[in-house]
Design a protein around this ligand. Structure first.
Ligand SMILES: [Cu+2]
Length: 274
């Protein structure tokens, strides 16, 4: 009897927690992350609900935007803030301030991995009375030579992949460890969404039509948890872009006297085997 009550209560807790800020994703997008040669990378940074081309949020500017790449035995950090341009991103029923950036070829020329990191400002979610900040990572590769993709980037919180996030087939299992302050986070709640409305970089918008028919709301934002050592596993059912957001795992818990959800986000891309 006692046991059952605890189960019910913990289920309610999980549900209440899941209700906070469901399906928000910082999106850092460029069409191709597995490149043969270095090239200009056309990027967009926006804050939305990508599975629905839904509601958009003002991310509160960008605090940090840089890439990490291997140079000799060291990892070199290249600041990319100079390339940011303010834009307005328009979804069918919402729009918000966002950013574009063309990262010139000279920054992504040599073979190896490029870890892009973006730390936005703070977004205040009025309904919940909490601030949100999603520290976002996307890993690209030039020339098929792997370098630093599996290394922690030293972020306040982050996903460290255990499978090349730019070299995944449809049906592969995405595995990653969630770190906060460099330490694994057990039992972290992770939301997973599919980019079912592909960003249109010319129009700076997402199309109205979804590429997925969702049979029930539960499929729009899937929820998984990290295990006791901070690992997540997720079988990737479809080609395209998949976003993972570990909620409230970051070390900062408060901003301007209000609760802060400092989240880790990573985007990965799967390709069909032909
Ligand atoms: Cu929202």
């Amino acid at each position: 009897m006692k046991k059952r009550l605890i189960t019910v209560l913990s289920a309610l807790c999980v549900m209440a927690f899941a209700g906070t800020a469901l399906g928000h994703f910082m999106v850092m997008y460029t069409p191709e992350i597995a490149m043969e040669k270095g090239q200009d990378l056309d990027m967009r940074i926006l804050f939305t609900h990508p599975a629905e081309a839904g509601h958009m949020m003002d991310m509160g500017g960008i605090e940090e935007f840089y890439l990490l790449k291997q140079k000799g035995d060291n990892v070199k950090k290249v600041d990319l803030k100079q390339y940011l341009k303010k834009i307005t991103w328009k979804n069918p029923h919402a729009s918000a301030p966002a950013f574009s950036a063309v990262i010139p070829k000279k920054e992504v020329r040599s073979m190896g991995d490029y870890v892009f990191v973006m730390k936005p400002g703070y977004y205040f979610e009025k309904e919940e009375g909490v601030y949100m900040q999603q520290i976002t990572k996307v890993i690209a590769n030039v020339g098929s030579m792997p370098t630093i993709w599996a290394e922690p980037a030293g972020l306040p919180c982050e996903f460290v992949p255990l499978i090349k996030p730019y070299g995944m087939w449809t049906g592969n299992v995405f595995k990653a460890q969630i770190l906060s302050g460099g330490k694994p986070v057990a039992g972290a709640e992770v939301e997973v969404e599919y980019m079912s409305h592909m960003p249109d970089l010319k129009a700076n918008s997402m199309p109205e039509k979804s590429s997925v028919a969702y049979p029930h709301g539960s499929f729009v934002t899937q929820t998984i948890f990290s295990d006791s050592e901070g690992y997540i596993t997720f079988g990737v059912p479809r080609a395209g872009w998949w976003g993972f957001a570990a909620l409230g795992v970051g070390p900062d818990k408060e901003y301007k006297g209000k609760e802060l959800s400092q989240d880790a986000v990573i985007w990965v891309k799967a390709v069909d085997m032909k």
